[in-house]
Ligand binder design. Structure first.
Ligand code: NAD
Length: 322
């Protein structure tokens, strides 16, 4: 039986990944500061531990796992990343986790290591135009991310790639573009745009209004969790391809359009009040040329389908917490 370790296995993507690997027949150990918030973990062994502590990393990486997924990070949506208030924590905590994980993973002879980077590492100057953002993998340098979160991701990509180059570690890197779905953070300040709009629409009376940061003309693409994990597993199963590769949707929408889709799904008609707030780059979309040629696959699910199931789940959560 293959064995996997998922660092950050109590988080949104990690807890879904635990379930997927269990279905595929893996023995799974997960480690996180907290248990999954919305469901029982499916892991065989769930360790509560702080990966900023090198001893914890050595204890949980105690064998040559077939696959190690490093998803743990101090992370959140625009309200968390772009406010500037969390910069020191973001850089220090996430870099420390990655530094602490890579060494025992190498020493124990972990067979494959996956690292979740982010589209936030792409240069700001290529993402000023809402209609023509550039995020081909080779456009990463000269580097100029617009957040400390992006700089840390870039540093950690390079850390894992250096271990691959110098020590022959089998490293796989994906740059995720806005992953969303049920059982993701939907309130509290770390939620991302799809979850935030699902919550706002669910909690607002028909005919009333919701608030949106900025003019809503900024563009993004959003990828449903199931397709994200399909991409991750394909990358891990590839004999020859290591990335870094974008895992994202190419269905670019404005944030105004995202909010409209949520309203369409909900059946409500609401107006939008544009207010100042943390924003990030003007335009971003996934460029899927490399994943198509390297893994012979790319996501294709329409955004509205993922929003439907996410809206349903968040409106139920919201009802239950009233
Ligand atoms: P998440 O916040 O739900 O999961 C991260 C998990 O890491 C959390 O459960 C958190 O408790 C855990 N963690 C943080 N600090 C820790 C520590 N010191 N010790 C142990 N565990 C710790 O986020 P997610 O959306 O599941 O993201 C997973 C990974 O994917 C992250 O690395 C994130 O940066 C990356 N990513 C996510 C997205 C997205 O849209 N969700 C986009 C780009 C990249």
């Amino acid at each position: 039986m293959k064995k996997a370790l998922i660092c950050g296995g109590g988080g949104f993507i990690g807890s879904h990944l635990v379930k997927k690997l269990k279905k595929e027949g893996f023995w799974v150990r997960a480690v996180d500061l907290k248990y999954p918030e919305f469901d029982e973990t499916a892991a065989d062994d769930f360790v509560i531990g702080d990966l900023r502590d090198a001893n914890v990393c050595r204890e949980v990486i105690d064998q040559p796992f077939d696959e190690l997924y490093q998803l743990a990070a101090d992370m959140g949506g625009a309200g968390f990343i772009f406010s500037g208030e969390n910069d020191a924590d973001i850089m220090h905590n996430s870099a420390l986790i990655n530094l602490n994980v890579v060494e025992p993973a190498f020493k124990q002879g972990v067979k494959k290591l996956f690292y979740s980077s982010s589209a936030c590492m792409y240069p700001e100057h290529n993402q000023m135009d809402t209609n023509n953002p550039k995020t081909s993998e080779d456009s990463a340098y000269p580097a100029n991310p617009d957040s400390e979160y992006g700089w840390e991701k870039l540093f950690s990509e390079r850390l894992f790639l250096a271990f691959q180059r110098n020590h022959g570690m089998n490293v796989k890197i994906a740059r995720f573009h806005n992953i969303f779905g049920p059982q993701g953070t939907w309130q509290g300040g770390r939620e991302k745009a799809p979850a935030a709009f699902c919550r706002k629409v669910a909690e607002t009376e028909d005919g009333s209004h919701i608030e949106m940061w900025g003019d809503g003309e900024q563009t993004r693409s959003f990828l449903y969790i199931d397709e994200c994990l399909t991409g991750v597993r394909r990358l891990m199963d590839s004999e020859t391809f290591h990335g870094p590769v974008n895992i994202g949707s190419e269905e670019m929408v404005s944030i105004n359009r995202l909010a409209e889709i949520v309203m369409e799904v909900s059946g409500k008609k609401l107006s939008i009040n544009h207010i100042p707030g943390p924003l990030g780059v003007r335009g971003r979309n996934s460029d899927n040329d490399l994943i198509r040629t390297s893994l012979n696959w790319a996501p294709k699910q329409p955004l509205i389908e993922g929003i439907s199931s996410t809206y349903k789940w968040i409106s139920e959560q919201s009802e239950n917490t009233k």
